[in-house]
Design a binder for this molecule. Structure first.
Ligand code: PLP
Length: 419
């Protein structure tokens, strides 16, 4: 569940109109196969508003310079804008300190950072790491490989058929050997919203650390890392209306202080001699090399954009789309919705009876509708569900019910063609 206690960000003064909001996203007025684009692949990556595109091009047009090292004006400007995004992210996640936000290339790199620093220095032979059956490969393979390297055990929280975590099984799994629990906040394949606060509380009772994969969560509702009390929270800008190639890791100060660096080189040092290096303070200890300044600035613009829309508008739109999409698709004879947990984000995975998802995807594409087909980087989850993949429609606040009607029309055509 999202943090309801967290204040909704700057709410809009003017009531939002969906057409105005859509006009912020230039790509939404484009055509594919001669028809207006319908973009339902938001869980893979969201589209970018003009404000984000402008922030990136403004940096390259007027402020391009390397950060932290220069006394000249451009460098100081670039540094201020770059660090401004860190501050915005700290406020967005309600982190206790700005230096608890580390820039990474995205969620995958953030999780690897924790695996190679906290994981390598903490996990010992015989220890246990818990993941869930819902994990994206990005929050599974790093822990699986760490366990192999360390001769530790990877344990997996099972799910019910509706895609909900079996919390009783999780309770039974926790013990004095549990060192780390790694779960996603929202499942990218099924949309399940996981009880991350409860998961964290229970892990902490057993002295285990918790990393939350927040890749799918930060675009859908307020997240308060202090309220959740997790040790780490990983995220990607490109799933939050921001640019690709940048994301971040929130880490509790006390954890980050005690972890060794991830990458070595410039920026992450305080002093260097041929014999010895003193590492930089947080957050720079974890940010070796020239960072992705332009996209960090674009990320800041994306956070501003979400804040300007406000969670009230986003949640209202997305829950309307989730309910309508689920209803309309379920009404198609023989179609099965995969993932029906009571708490879900605006992701609808489905399978029409006896039709391969790739065949369906090809036809749906002809309607100029972008949906994702396949295993969504969750092969073990698909194996658990006894399927190879799904068709996934993931809705954003800029989608409409009229677009869902078009998807239904396309799926009916699929049925007709492959009957
Ligand atoms: N975790 C989840 C739940 C995801 O949905 C994704 C991407 O789809 C990732 C991790 C990986 O994110 P990235 O490719 O931005 O590192």
């Amino acid at each position: 569940m999202f943090s309801d206690t967290f204040p909704l960000k700057i709410n809009t003064i003017v009531p939002l109109n969906i057409d105005t909001v859509r006009s912020d996203f230039p790509i939404l007025s484009s055509e594919i196969h001669g028809k207006p684009l319908i973009y339902f692949d938001n869980a893979a990556t969201t589209q970018k508003p003009q404000q984000v595109i402008d922030a990136i091009s403004d940096y390259y047009l007027h402020h391009n310079s390397n950060v932290h090292r220069g006394v000249h004006k451009l460098s100081r400007q670039a540094t201020i804008s770059f660090e401004e995004t860190r501050k915005k992210l700290a406020a967005f996640l309600n982190a206790a300190h700005d230096h608890e936000i580390i820039f990474t290339r995205g969620t995958t790199e953030a999780i690897n950072l924790v695996a190679y620093t906290f994981g390598e220095s903490t996990i010992r032979e015989g220890d246990e790491v818990i993941v869930s059956s819902l994990e994206h490969h990005s929050n599974l393979v790093p822990w699986q490989q760490l366990c192999i390297r360390k001769n530790a055990h990877l344990r997996v929280i099972p799910i019910f058929d509706n895609g909900e975590l079996d919390m009783e099984a999780y309770t039974a799994m926790l013990n004095e050997r549990t060192r780390l629990v790694a779960v996603n906040h929202i499942s990218n394949s099924l949309g399940t919203i996981n009880p991350v606060k409860e998961i964290t509380r229970m892990a902490h009772e057993h002295g285990a650390a918790v990393i939350i994969d927040g890749a799918q969560a930060l675009s859908h509702g307020p997240v308060d890392v202090q309220d959740i009390d997790c040790d780490f929270y990983a995220f990607s800008a490109h799933k939050m209306y921001g640019p690709m190639g940048i994301g971040g890791l929130y880490g509790k100060e006390s954890r980050l202080e005690n972890m060794p660096p991830f990458h070595y080189g410039g920026e992450m040092i305080e002093t260097v001699s041929f014999e010895k290096t003193v590492f930089n303070k947080l957050p720079y200890k974890f940010e070796a090399g020239t960072p992705n300044v332009a996209d960090a600035i674009g990320f800041g613009a994306a956070v501003d954009y979400i804040s300007r829309l406000g969670w009230e508008f986003i949640r209202e739109q997305e829950s309307k789309l989730l309910n309508y999409g689920t209803q309309q698709l379920s009404a198609i004879e023989g179609l099965k919705i995969i993932g029906t947990a009571p708490h879900k984000a605006s992701i609808v995975s489905f399978l029409p009876a006896n039709i391969h998802f790739y065949d369906a995807g090809m036809v749906i594409d002809q309607y100029s509708i972008a949906v994702r087909t396949g295993n969504h980087c969750t092969q073990p989850l698909m194996a658990r569900l006894g399927i190879q993949g799904t068709i996934r429609a993931s809705f954003s606040f800029y989608n409409t019910t009229a677009e869902i009607d078009k998807l239904v029309e396309a799926v009916l055509k699929v049925k007709e063609l492959f009957a």
